[in-house]
Write a protein that binds this ligand. Sequence first.
Ligand code: SAM
Length: 218
Amino acid sequence: MEINDSYRHRGMRKALVRTLKGKGITQPDVLKAIGKVPRHVFFENAFLEHAYQDKAFPIGEGQTISQPYTVAFQTELLDVKPQDKVLEIGTGSGYQCCVLCEMGARVYTIEYNKVLYERTRKFLPEMGYRATFVHGDGSRGIPSYAPYDKIIVTAGAPTVPTALLDQLKPGGCLVIPVGNDRMQKMLRLTRQGEKQIKREAFDNFSFVPLLGKFGWQK
Ligand code: SAM
C-alpha cells in the first residue's frame, strides 16, 4: 500500500507531538513513535482535519480510535523497551499497536469484534506493521502466548482481571483503566514476585467498555 504521507501530514503530526508535550507527555520514545505513525490513514479523506486533533474518533462498529493523549499516557506508563513482548487488549483501529511496533515491541493484539479484527489484521501489515492478531475475548488474555513483559488494556474494565496478572512475567506490568461505565481510573499493576503486586493509580479517563468473561456482560 502506497501511503500518502505529505509535508502537510508531517507538519500536523509535529503539531500533535507539541500538544502532547504541552499536556505533560515527556518520554522521548513515546513522542518519537507518535511523530512517526501516520494517524491520518485511519481516517476517510473527508475527516482528515480530525486525524491530528487530540480527540478520539469513531471507527465504526460503535468503537473509537483512542485520543492520542490517552495512547501516549498509557504507552508512557507501560515503559516499553525494544523487544518487549506486549499484549494489547482491544486492537480496534490498530493505531496503538502501530505506536508499540514503532517502539520496537513484539506485539500480540486481541480484538473481540470480528469486523474490526478482520479489518485491522489486513490493514496493519499493508502499512508495514507486523504483529500477531487474535480474535477473541481479551479479558482472559491470550494464555497460549503468555507470559508477557507488558499488558495494555484499551477498554474500560469493571475490575482487574486476575487472568491478566497471571500472564505477566516477574517485573512485568499491566496498564488498565478500571471503573464504571462513565469513568475509569488508570491503574498500573506491577508483578514484583510470585504473589506480590504493586498497584499505582493515575488520572481518570473514559473508555468504551471491556466486554467478555472478566469485563462487562453484553
Ligand atoms: N487500541 C485501539 C486503537 O488504537 O484504536 C482503541 C481501542 S477501542 C477504545 C476499544 C476496543 O476494545 C474496541 O475495538 C472493542 O471492540 C475492544 N474490546 C472490548 N472488549 C474486548 C475484549 N474482551 N477483548 C478484546 N477486545 C475488546
